[in-house]
Design a protein around this ligand. Structure first.
Ligand SMILES: [Zn+2]
Length: 398
């Protein structure tokens, strides 16, 4: 969803969410266009009814809500057609920049739209108009379903995406392994789950290790609960900081201590359009973060540190420093800050922009869990679970 702010009779009206087709209608109503003032603005200008109209692009949070779904659908299309697909491509329609969900490399005549919704006649017509206006000759739509009695006016290939969550559930109930030596650290931390519906869900109870319960059993109990409610976890995170009140952290009241997992994020610097192949991971990002990891390994060895790392599941690595016994350990924020500056350019800087201090609310994916947007297990190698997702071709009256 885009957002629009209108100023009428010198009064700013509350911002309202609008669909893409409404954005285009609004753009056509402009009698004068002004230069935008921020990168997240799509356009600003004047209409007959308002002295100023500003349209904002969807923010990162809104865009990432269904990104697992888009990625999984694009993976399947890539596999089926032996394509490499450019993801979230910005192009032009009627002079206005617009985003399409995918476009195969070397097949610029094809536009792909992935929608986690039931497609209506109006959205079908709009998507075809949009595809045509961006210069495409063919549109591929992947969606959860289509309204009955649709009329397909145009060169459109429609698929219903059937998501497989059973394989993920199977993984958690039978195969999942959390590195044993990490569990005493993990049990004292806040956990949260990013769900298939785009919402966050906090852990329900503490993950304290007792004679009766292991950390993994506690974690799996919450995971099972989510599967039962048909909101499987797409990604599972824990807080790097040990928390006094791990359950309260979801409301920002976890009271993080100064005991922080000594870990760093190596993220890909690849900017611009990401690619999707049948593995679902952007090969350019992986190449980039692999090179960075190599340089970091060298640097850490020179500084005399032992370490281990996990592939983060989407594009980067999580590097954990080990003590002389080869065990994980916790550090104060001052040490993490010092190391972040020492390793500048190789690791992600998670110092707060305002305070320049280490961000104690920082979260990482739990090793051994799955990033369900790709199926990759957060582990040393690129181990993956294989989803049995399906694309069902569907056709409509012309
Ligand atoms: Zn990339």
């Amino acid at each position: 969803m885009f957002r629009v702010v209108k100023i009428r009779d010198k009064v700013a009206q509350p911002s309202i969410p609008v669909y893409e087709h409404q954005v285009f209608a609004l753009y056509k109503e402009l009698i004068e266009e002004y230069p935008t003032k921020a990168p997240y603005e799509l356009f600003r200008g004047k209409t007959k009814k308002a002295e100023l109209v500003i349209v904002y692009k969807p923010n990162r949070k809104q865009r990432s809500r269904n990104s697992w779904y888009e990625n999984r659908a694009l993976m399947l299309l890539a596999k089926q057609n032996k394509w490499i697909i450019r993801k979230n491509v910005w192009t032009y329609k009627d002079g206005l920049p617009t985003e399409i969900d995918g476009q195969p490399i070397n097949h610029e005549e094809v536009v792909i739209e992935v929608k986690r919704q039931i497609i209506s006649q109006r959205s079908l017509d709009f998507l075809w108009e949009k595809a045509k206006a961006t210069g495409a000759e063919k549109l591929i739509i992947v969606a959860s379903g289509y309204k009955k009695t649709l009329k397909c006016r145009g060169n459109i290939e429609c698929y219903i995406f059937e998501e497989d969550h059973a394989t993920l559930q199977q993984y958690y109930t039978t195969e999942c392994e959390i590195p044993e030596e990490m569990t005493p650290f993990l049990s004292r931390r806040h956990h949260r789950f990013l769900l298939t519906n785009g919402h966050w869900f906090p852990q329900r109870r503490r993950y304290t290790i007792t004679a009766k319960w292991t950390y993994k059993q506690r974690l799996l109990r919450d995971i099972t609960h989510l599967f039962r409610r048909k909101i499987p976890p797409v990604k599972i995170y824990y807080s790097l900081s040990r928390m006094i009140n791990p359950l309260g952290e979801f409301q920002g009241k976890g009271y993080p201590t100064d005991l922080i997992m000594t870990a760093f994020d190596v993220d890909a610097a690849h900017i611009g359009e990401h690619l999707v192949n049948e593995k679902g991971i952007c090969p350019l990002c992986v190449k980039d973060s692999k090179e960075k990891l190599k340089r970091l390994e060298k640097r850490l060895s020179n500084l005399g540190y032992r370490f281990t790392y996990f592939f983060s599941g989407s594009k980067g690595y999580h590097v954990y420093l080990l003590n002389t016994d080869g065990n994980f350990y916790e550090s104060p924020p001052s040490f993490l800050k010092e190391m972040t500056l020492e390793l500048e350019g190789l690791v992600d800087n998670f110092l707060s922009k305002k305070t320049k201090l280490f961000d104690k609310h920082r979260i990482f994916k739990v090793p051994g869990t799955v990033d369900a947007s790709t199926g990759v297990i957060v582990s040393r190698n690129f181990k993956k679970i294989k989803f049995n997702d399906f694309l069902h071709p569907t056709s409509f009256k012309k």
